[in-house]
Design a protein. Structure first.
Length: 315
């Protein structure tokens, strides 16, 4: 009697911010498609990496901040028996950790890794997605056209998102609006977001999405749009669930914008100093509004209004 084939085990290491992580999802998608029954473990920042768990791309997330992970960044490391056993249990390790001196890769091999593939998280040329996919060519996994992140949430999370909209009194098609980002230089002026919402609210129910970095915007938004629903103070997976229940999205160059695109929403993304040819979100219906000379304050309201109205929002 023949025994069942051995389950492939893959370890992926990926830090980075929300947008960086989401642009790595196509690599996880390739691994999952090639080995659909594989056990894939992801070492990263759980508040971000849990998105891959919620989308069924990995089986487990381990924190990159765990004390024992520091051993892999130090020269002359001595690994415990348990660490060696864990590393040796994987058929393949893919590392996207910044490793300019090859320390992490060499330590993984020293701990007994069978095969280590390294992909630099620093962009050299082209779009980030293609760069993150390139190391997988070693496994005969190749990019096919303009690859894009795809995040299909579990059914219970999708329902939780719909419940989240209902709890905020939102009915009909909802437009999620994220007026912030990780840097003020990437933000379209708040007064124009306010005008945008006022111009569109007869057709789309607005939902403001605010993260920790966006709190300076909260007072003016609350004053000018007191009756507009707000999503704030939520874990990233909860944000993803609510976004997935929305009909469309508009926002600055930010991780949340990449998340909306990965969820399949029609997206309008405003780009200022960052090059969208390298870092632009990809999705089934993404329109990028590029600021002239990188100056977002020069992007007129009408340009963004036209971009949103051109989305397949009400279909």
């Amino acid at each position: 009697m023949s025994s069942a084939p051995k389950q492939v085990r893959i370890l992926v290491l990926r830090g980075g911010a929300i947008g960086d992580f989401i642009l790595t999802l196509p690599a996880l998608q390739k691994l999952r498609a090639r080995w659909p029954t594989a056990y894939i473990e992801l070492v990263g920042y759980p508040h971000i990496a849990d998105l891959a768990l919620a989308g069924g791309l990995v089986e487990r997330v381990v924190s990159l901040d765990k004390a024992e992970m520091a051993r892999f960044f130090a020269r002359g490391t001595r690994f415990t028996g348990a660490q060696r056993e864990h590393v040796q249990s994987f058929d393949l390790v893919v590392s996207y950790l910044h490793d300019p001196d090859d320390v992490v890769r060499q330590n993984l091999l020293m701990a007994g890794a069978r095969q280590v593939i390294y992909g630099s998280p620093l962009l050299r040329a082209g779009h980030a997605i293609e760069q993150f996919l390139q190391p997988l060519e070693t496994l005969a996994l190749y990019a096919e056209g303009a690859e894009r992140p795809q995040l299909a949430l579990r059914a219970e999370l999708r329902q939780r998102g719909r419940d989240g909209l209902a709890a905020r009194g939102l009915r009909g098609p909802v437009l999620a609006v994220h007026p912030g980002s990780g840097s003020p230089h990437k933000n379209w002026p708040a007064d124009r977001f306010i005008a945008l919402i006022r111009a569109l609210r007869d057709d789309l129910a607005p939902l403001l999405v605010l993260g920790e970095a966006d709190q300076p915007l909260a007072p003016v938004l609350a004053r000018e749009l007191p009756d507009v629903a707000v999503l704030t103070g939520c874990a990233l997976v909860e944000v993803a669930a609510v976004l997935a229940a929305c009909r469309a999205y508009v926002g600055n160059d930010s991780g949340i914008t990449h998340l909306a695109a990965a969820l399949g929403l029609p997206v309008v993304a405003l780009f200022g100093p960052t090059d969208p040819e390298a870092w632009g979100p990809r999705g089934p219906a993404v329109r990028i509004v590029q600021a002239p000379d990188g100056r977002l304050e020069e992007v007129p309201l009408v340009a963004v209004l036209d971009a949103v109205r051109a989305l397949p929002v009400l279909a």
